[in-house]
Design a protein. Structure first.
Length: 401
């Protein structure tokens, strides 16, 4: 998409100036002509970096997508046309990026483009899985039902993700607070007592000497330590660009004693739910696997899915690579195997997804309740040790007075 400035005249000679976004100048000319204007000037405008819209992560979150799909399905069931529905949803949405994308979808629909093809031009807003399911629905004439299924799918994804995030947010916050508190104590509080200890002389306890050495090191070399942390971060980010390194990191994450099972369950729940939704909407299984792999971030699970796809292409079993891999629990492989043999793979995947989505919620709650006291105790021990290192020699000094 590009932005164009234009100058046009209506039937009475009234000048209209403005700006439109379109694929090319011809599209701008057609849009203005349809409104009854004669175009005189069309110029492409290059946006500066300051006028571009930025967003972190996906510009349209799962929660916004759920609301959009639910309203889309309800309006279609009420008998409205797709074009009018898109227009109404565009006027109601508060997400500027979704509003912009829906505007161009509406323009494409009025020019005869299918809904799936129109949405497919905006991959950052409308995920590939959504576009493919809408394409299948348009072919089969089940768009309303598919939109409901998609709303249910994104709602499940949103709930599962929120549970995982809420369980991880607390420990991450406590760790950052602990680092900030310890840094403040070592750089600003502990040095205040150094002069006093030196004036009174005497040998300090080993715990006090250790804390004082750490404080002196941090004060003298804080910039160097900061640069080392920044350098290590950059090295880590550069290593993440290597697929083998990413695979090894994901492998280690799944092996972690506490967080590993939660990560694995989250990926299995997402895999099962995505495959179930795609197969339910008549997307071929090979295409379903490819689309599912795009939603799976863990490369260990992702690679097994790729092996399952290769196995199917060679006439083998979909579940066999999963049965041979340590990451997939026996329950998952058994249910998928039964579904594959009995022709009820879609139903079995739905049961697996339901089970692991509930299991993720339970595990996340247990993890949160377990980590809260442990982190509080750990923070108390760290801060208490620093305070104790200051208090012990002070008692000794006062006892000598």
């Amino acid at each position: 998409m590009a932005s164009y400035k234009y100058e046009a005249y209506d039937f009475y000679g009234t000048v209209k100036k403005g700006r439109l976004e379109a694929y090319n100048a011809d599209q701008v000319k057609k849009m203005l002509k349809d409104e009854g204007y004669k175009v005189e000037i069309i110029e492409e405008v290059k946006d500066s970096i300051w006028t571009k819209e930025f967003s972190i992560g996906r510009p349209v979150k799962n929660r916004d997508m759920v609301i959009f799909l639910q309203q889309f399905s309800a309006l279609l069931q009420a008998g409205m046309t797709i074009v009018d529905t898109i227009r109404i949803l565009r006027e109601q949405t508060k997400n500027k990026i979704l509003d912009k994308a829906l505007y161009y979808v509406e323009v494409d629909l009025r020019q005869g483009t299918s809904l799936a093809n129109a949405m497919g031009k905006y991959a950052k807003v409308f995920p590939v899985i959504l576009v493919n399911m809408i394409h299948s629905a348009e072919v089969s004439g089940t768009l309303e039902e598919t939109l409901e299924d998609l709303a249910h799918y994104y709602e499940k994804q949103h709930k599962t993700l929120q549970k995982v995030r809420s369980s991880l947010a607390y420990p991450i916050t406590v760790v950052f607070v602990a680092i900030a508190v310890v840094t403040f104590l070592l750089m600003y509080v502990v040095p205040q007592f150094v002069t006093m200890f030196n004036q009174f002389g005497g040998e300090l306890p080993w715990i006090t000497q250790t804390v004082l050495q750490m404080s002196e090191l941090l004060k003298a070399h804080w910039l160097l330590l900061l640069l080392i942390v920044a350098a290590l971060t950059l090295v880590f980010i550069s290593l993440l660009k290597n697929d083998d390194v990413k695979y090894k990191i994901d492998h280690v994450l799944l092996k972690l004693p506490v967080f590993g099972p939660l990560i694995l369950k989250t990926n299995i729940a997402r895999m099962s739910r995505t495959l179930n939704s795609l197969l339910k909407n008549a997307v071929p299984i090979i295409d379903s696997i490819d689309l599912t792999r795009e939603t799976i971030k863990n490369r260990v699970v992702n690679r097994v899915l790729q092996q399952s796809k290769s196995s199917l292409k060679q006439g083998g079993s979909f579940v066999k690579p999963m049965e041979e891999h340590w990451a997939f629990p026996f329950l998952v492989t058994q249910m998928i195997s039964v579904g594959e043999k009995t022709g009820s793979l879609e139903d079995m995947l739905n049961q697996v997804a339901n089970f692991y989505e509930e299991d993720v919620e339970t595990t996340a709650d247990q993890l949160k309740s377990l980590l809260e006291p442990l982190l509080i105790i750990s923070l108390s021990i760290i801060v208490g040790t620093i305070v104790l290192a200051i208090v012990i020699p002070m008692f000794d000094l006062y006892s000598q007075i």
